[in-house]
Ligand binder design. Sequence first.
Ligand SMILES: Cc1cc2nc3c(=O)[nH]c(=O)nc-3n(C[C@H](O)[C@H](O)[C@H](O)COP(=O)(O)O)c2cc1C
Length: 164
Amino acid sequence: MEKVLVVFYSLTGNTKLIAEAIANSINSDVLELKPVKELNAEGGSKYFWGGYQAKMKKKPKLREFDINPLDYDLIILGTPVWAWTYSPPIRSFLSKYDLSGKKVALWTCSAGDGVKAMNRFKEALKNTNILGEIRLQEPKQHGLEASKEKAAVWAKEIIQNIKN
Ligand SMILES: Cc1cc2nc3c(=O)[nH]c(=O)nc-3n(C[C@H](O)[C@H](O)[C@H](O)COP(=O)(O)O)c2cc1C
């Protein structure tokens, strides 16, 4: 039996809702990354400070957690797109844990198509075995149930393919 962990960061809830849908569909553990100093999710200042952090490739300090991601066989990683790349807390996570050789699957939530960010996400994980990728556009605004279902089916297929 594969041990599967869903790891994600979310500021305004889209990525979190998808993380929960995925974890429920495949019965996996979940790890939510939280920076020690979180941005204000309300209002416009998040675009400035978050965009700055992402562009400068900042690695904000994360709150501690008691899960060891390296204990898992497959890590499904999700992030919002910030400034055409993956979010700073994910950068912190990837610098802390060397996922080389691990099975991973990646999803993004974004306002636009998220293609550039997904390419950067994959580049950051090029030493891993990437089993799947999916880009979702603003799930909370454009059909949350459909987005959750799409992500759940995607995750189930990845698990099924590992078993076959
Ligand atoms: C700081 C910041 C930068 C963003 N930059 C982009 C971007 O470059 N491209 C894009 O398509 N969406 C961008 N967005 C939109 C988010 O990716 C989108 O709203 C996503 O669904 C948020 O996920 P969350 O609700 O899990 O935090 C940005 C949002 C923030 C807060």
